[in-house]
Design a protein around this ligand. Structure first.
Ligand SMILES: Cc1cc2nc3c(=O)[nH]c(=O)nc-3n(C[C@H](O)[C@H](O)[C@H](O)COP(=O)(O)OP(=O)(O)OC[C@H]3O[C@@H](n4cnc5c(N)ncnc54)[C@H](O)[C@@H]3O)c2cc1C
Length: 357
């Protein structure tokens, strides 16, 4: 019997997790990743509930635990600078929180021997035919695969090619944010501080490297397009949102201008009626991003990969049945997580808790 050849776009969480499980089940797997190497993203991610079973199935639970950030909790500060409450560690750190870079490095390592990785490349075109999908790459020669999976994040190329323009799937939740690190001038030790300043929030924490403070500046905005604008414009928008607010803000805005690890993200959800189209299926943020405010994105990516692999295994080669079963199994979990993502927008300074359209 010939091996089933699959292509996965995206080498972060969902992609390598699915790659590992499919290799185990006898598939021949290629992963294409736009970046030149596995990336981390500079922030920490957390795991809740069913994600632990998947970490166990992947054989990496103990190793992932070794990288726990060990956050103790977050102090809430009001606009006047007074302490107004305290959130337990689980509020932001789930049942286990690790730097995303440690998770992606581990997932890459457990797949590197069996999976063909094409870094610095991307799918340019997908043409489905009766027996498979012909894939043109930006760099590598054109090849045929039996199945193609999009695990390439919120701005998924696979989704755009197989399901239509981003606008059809992306729903902005009215909140954007910048992140970066700076010197730990507050001396925080596995602790966070969250201050609300009008329709904006400053979240500071230190975990891992005691010399560094991780800064998140989030603010209400109706402009998701900022995501794809140059860094200067993004920083101008942050300055405008935070001007004259909070005692630490001027210092943080200066640090932002200097930060080499600056990133900017709009808080979006991906909402689609279906997650597969013929021989192409989506998983993780590409198919059903719940927004970082949900704290469930990494768990969803892992649980989605495991569900997809399991349903392919029991469908005896019928990908249509497998994709339908995957959707039926995962949809209620995703719906619940996306509701959490919308509700939590206000906690980070957002104005809305938009309902799905
Ligand atoms: C600021 C921020 C904070 C977050 N905090 C948390 C948290 O506390 N807890 C939590 O659980 N989740 C959090 N998340 C969400 C979490 O990071 C994602 O839900 C999770 O990483 C989804 O994994 P994924 O593999 O589906 O997608 P991603 O991690 O987005 O990975 C997509 C991969 O696809 C690659 N790619 C993109 N385009 C292409 C292309 N055209 N061709 C090839 N490759 C491509 C990317 O380079 C990347 O490697 C946060 C996200 C952000 C932005």
């Amino acid at each position: 019997m010939t091996e089933t050849k699959v292509l996965i776009s995206g080498a972060s969480v969902a992609g390598p997790a699915l790659a590992h499980l499919l290799c185990r089940d006898g598939y021949r797997v290629t992963v294409v990743e736009r970046a030149p190497a596995v990336r981390g993203g500079g922030y920490a991610v957390d795991f809740r509930g069913a994600a632990f079973e998947v970490l166990d199935e992947l054989g990496i639970l103990a190793e992932v635990r070794e990288h726990a950030t060990g956050m103790r909790g977050t102090t809430l500060i009001d606009e006047a600078g007074n302490r107004s409450g305290r959130l337990p560690a689980e509020a932001f750190a789930g049942e286990l929180e690790v730097p995303k870079s440690d998770l992606t490095r581990i997932l890459h390592r457990i797949t590197a021997d069996d999976v063909e990785y094409l870094f610095d490349d991307s799918i340019a075109a997908l043409t489905e035919h009766r027996d498979g999908v012909t894939v043109a790459f930006e760099n590598a020669p054109t090849r045929d695969f039996d199945l193609v999976f999009g695990a390439d994040g919120v701005y998924s190329r696979v989704r755009r090619l197989a399901f239509g323009p981003h606008e059809r799937a992306l729903h902005h939740l009215g909140l954007s944010g910048a992140g970066f690190t700076t010197g730990n001038f507050l001396g925080l030790d596995h602790e966070g501080v969250l201050q609300f300043v009008g329709a904006a929030a400053v979240y500071l924490f230190s975990a891992g490297d005691p010399e560094r403070l991780t800064v998140s500046l989030s603010f209400a905005t109706d402009s998701p397009a900022l995501d794809r604008r140059p860094r200067d414009e993004q920083q101008d928008a942050v300055r405008a949102a935070f001007a004259g607010r909070g005692r630490q803000v001027p210092r943080l805005l200066d640090a932002m201008a200097e930060a080499e690890d600056f990133y900017f993200a709009s808080t979006c959800q991906v909402q689609l009626d279906r997650w597969s189209q013929g021989r192409v299926a989506l998983l993780g943020d590409a198919g059903y991003c719940a927004a970082p405010t949900a704290g469930m994105g990494t768990s969803q990516a892992l649980v989605g990969a495991a569900s997809l692999a399991r349903n392919l295994a029991v469908s005896h080669g019928d990908h249509g049945d497998a994709f339908a079963a995957y959707e039926a199994e995962l949809r209620p979990y995703v719906t619940e997580n996306q509701a959490k993502g919308r509700e939590a927008v206000a906690l980070f300074g957002g104005r809305t808790s938009a309902e799905p359209e």
